[in-house]
Design a binder for this molecule. Structure first.
Ligand SMILES: [Zn+2]
Length: 192
């Protein structure tokens, strides 16, 4: 009897590393503390609320705000959450939002980003140029997130992180402005 319970215990212990815990809202302050240790002047507020884009960052005066969907948050692991937050912060770090606005204004020859984004929606050739730039920004954000995780001795190329970017190709079909899973995986798992 005792021997059997020992066997079960050993079997259970062996299975433990394979069990991935879901991230929770309380993991967000931990992740932010981790990133603030390696990124100078790191500052990011967050809000957990329903959004179709899973996670995004908006640059506001006085600091940037990360919005993350509660279902997405509970679907990914704490390590994947660290990657997601690092990726989103990389967009702030590189001023991607501002650069896209400038590019859109040039492509549409209009004076504000809002006017330009709206006009480009009915100009497929010019819109594709903006989408191509955005796809590059997405990969740049992934690359930077990989570097920041490496500074924390965390390898981004893991099943947890890859699960968080895998949406079965949905986003690539729905939204040409984002790179697909395999392109991102190739970059995230590239040997340094
Ligand atoms: Zn992104």
């Amino acid at each position: 009897m005792v021997r059997w319970s020992m066997a079960w215990l050993v079997a259970f212990m062996c299975l433990l590393p394979a069990v991935t815990l879901a991230a929770e809202e309380s993991d967000l302050p931990t992740v932010i503390t981790q990133l603030s240790k390696i990124i100078p002047d790191f500052k990011l507020d967050y809000t957990v609320e329903r959004t179709r884009s899973r996670a995004y960052v908006s640059e506001k005066q006085g600091g940037s705000v990360l919005t993350i969907d509660p279902d997405f948050l509970n679907f990914i692991s704490p390590t994947a959450l660290l990657f997601v937050v690092a990726h989103e912060y990389a967009h702030v770090y590189f001023h991607h939002q501002e650069k896209l606005g400038v590019e859109a204004m040039q492509l549409a020859a209009l004076p504000t980003p809002e006017m330009a984004f709206e006009a480009l929606a009915s100009q497929p050739v010019q819109q594709e140029k903006l989408d191509a730039l955005n796809r590059q920004f997405e990969l740049d954000a992934d690359e930077q997130a990989v570097k920041w995780l490496a500074k924390l001795d965390i390898v981004a190329c893991s099943s947890d992180v890859l699960a968080s970017i895998d949406d079965g190709g949905v986003s690539m079909v729905m939204d040409r402005s984002h790179p697909g899973f395999y392109t991102r995986k190739q970059l995230i798992c590239r040997k340094p």
